[in-house]
Design a protein around this ligand. Structure first.
Ligand code: SAM
Length: 472
């Protein structure tokens, strides 16, 4: 039976509720009266439930679809202003005992080059990332209790936080590793991680079991209940996601929102972020063999409907998507993107030698971080390297409370400008620096409170003079 307050996967991601939702959305996809009522509720910016959002997702009316997209853009602006948070993935190890059929790290892949970074190699990768200007990383690893035990991950986190190279520092380490125990989540929380990210891949139990035929990841309930264990282990911020292309997108969409509702109902705080990866070509993986691929129009609509349903949840898109596609979906609701990413193990220091390949998937947006930052600013966005909320303890429900009251932008806007200035002074090309400093001058004028504006100006001057403030 459907019960969002239960901590059992089969009850909070209840198949019959998903099917009823799809039936309801299908029946009402042209019901303009209902769609108008849902849009009116959405304009209150307090979100929608999975049924209401599913009706919007399936809506076929051209004019209403335009309204949906415009509303998503507006909500994005209201909650996030023009800030886009920047990050990079760091692949620690591609050893894996699972058999995910869409992932080249699967255990049967004998020709992919297996690599695991040593402490020294981690140090070199982190210095390369700091030299690009990154402050926020997402660490990635396959699941392998022998090669990548929790102790290895914890040591890696420690190493990453300890490195100070020139003006560089990694100030927030998000973690994307396999589902684990409450005890291990507690260790990750104690290590000071930012968000714990785990993609559900698919919420469809039968497909999930087929797509993960062997290995610990085969256990659907254990995987689906991972965020509950993470929260019980003291991790405040968790990041959800599905791998679009594996199953019917409408099914995944409803279930993803049910997962968010479950976390809110039980722990008083929904997901900190939602990621929207699509399957990509990789070593021995051909995305065209999966039947449920979605085109860019559907992708944009999914993002817009998630933005409307959970206005205060960050949304992440990676370099799996092309520069053009990323520009398009930024408008629809994305708030966080990666830049200059490498998906190979050790790829930031040096390119892999001929004949070696440890990549997880082909990157579509191959621009450098400087090029991404430059083009974001030309589009009017403020690339932000800020990690202040996390550093000041504004995580979990404390972050959500501020965000729901649309208060985050009062501190986020100045912090974004200050961390952008750090980036411009320390790492940017001449052209990017020029564009950025003009943008900062203009954006200073958008800080309504005079005291805050003067303080920001003062801090910007200090940064330009070489002072760095690790609270950001
Ligand atoms: N081992 C961890 C786990 O099982 O969740 C971390 C996973 S992996 C490093 C990060 C994510 O990459 C996976 O959760 C999956 O969604 C995604 N991924 C795997 N193969 C992919 C592919 N061919 N194209 C795009 N994304 C892929």
């Amino acid at each position: 039976m459907y019960n969002p307050e239960s901590t059992r996967a089969e009850e909070f991601i209840c198949e019959s509720e998903i099917l009823k939702t799809l039936g309801y959305a299908e029946k009402n996809k042209n019901n303009t009266e209902l769609i108008d009522r849902i849009l009116e509720k959405a304009r209150l910016r307090k979100g929608l439930d999975h049924r209401e959002a599913s009706v919007l997702l399936l809506c076929e009316d051209k004019e209403k679809n335009k309204e949906i997209l415009e509303l998503a853009c507006q909500i994005k602006k209201d909650f996030y202003g023009s800030r886009i948070v920047m990050f990079a993935p760091l692949y620690l190890s591609n050893y894996c005992v699972n058999s995910c059929v869409y992932c080249p790290y699967h255990i049967k892949n004998r020709h992919i080059t297996r690599k695991k970074l040593t402490t020294d190699e981690i140090r070199r990768e982190v210095i390369a990332l700091q030299d690009m200007g990154h402050k926020r990383l997402a660490i990635e690893a396959g699941e392998d209790p022998v090669n990548n035990p929790i102790e290895y991950i914890l040591e890696a986190i420690d190493t990453i936080y300890s490195i100070r190279h020139k003006n560089g520092s990694i100030r927030r380490v998000n973690v994307n590793i396999a589902a684990t125990t409450v005890e291990n989540y507690r260790k990750l929380a104690d290590a000071g991680i930012g968000t714990y990210i785990l993609f559900q891949e698919t919420y469809h139990k039968k497909s999930y079991e087929k797509l993960h035929p062997t290995g610990p990841k085969h256990d659907y309930a254990y995987h689906t209940e991972a965020m509950d264990r993470a929260m019980q282990g003291g991790i405040d911020d968790v990041g959800l996601g599905v791998l679009f292309g594996l199953e019917l997108y409408k099914y995944e969409f409803a279930a993803l929102l049910m997962h968010a509702e479950h976390l809110e109902a039980v722990y008083g705080v929904g997901p900190h972020t939602i990621s929207v990866p699509r399957i990509k070509k990789a070593d021995d993986i051909d995305p065209s063999v999966f039947d449920n691929g979605i085109d860019d129009d559907v992708f944009e609509k999914i993002i817009a409907c998630i933005r409307i349903a959970v206005p205060y949840t960050g949304m992440i898109v990676s370099t799996r998507e092309s520069a053009e596609c990323r520009e398009r979906i930024l408008k629809a609701g994305i708030s966080q993107i990666s830049g200059g990413s490498k998906t190979s193990v050790g790829g930031y220091c040096e390119p892999e030698p001929e004949g070696e390949n440890s990549e997880q998937f082909d990157v579509s947006d191959k621009r450098t971080l400087d090029e991404v930052v430059n083009s974001l600013m030309k589009l009017g966005y403020i690339p932000s390297f800020c990690t202040a909320c996390y550093r000041e303890g504004r995580t979990g429900d404390r972050f959500m409370e501020l965000c729901k009251k649309q208060q985050i932008q009062n501190c986020c806007h100045p912090n974004a400008l200050m961390t952008l200035n750090e980036y411009l002074c320390d790492y940017a090309s001449e052209e990017t620096k020029f564009i950025g400093q003009e943008l900062i001058k203009k954006e200073l004028g958008n800080i309504p409170n005079e005291k805050a504006r003067l303080l920001t100006e003062e801090n910007l001057r200090k940064i330009s003079a070489g002072e760095r403030d690790f609270r950001f």
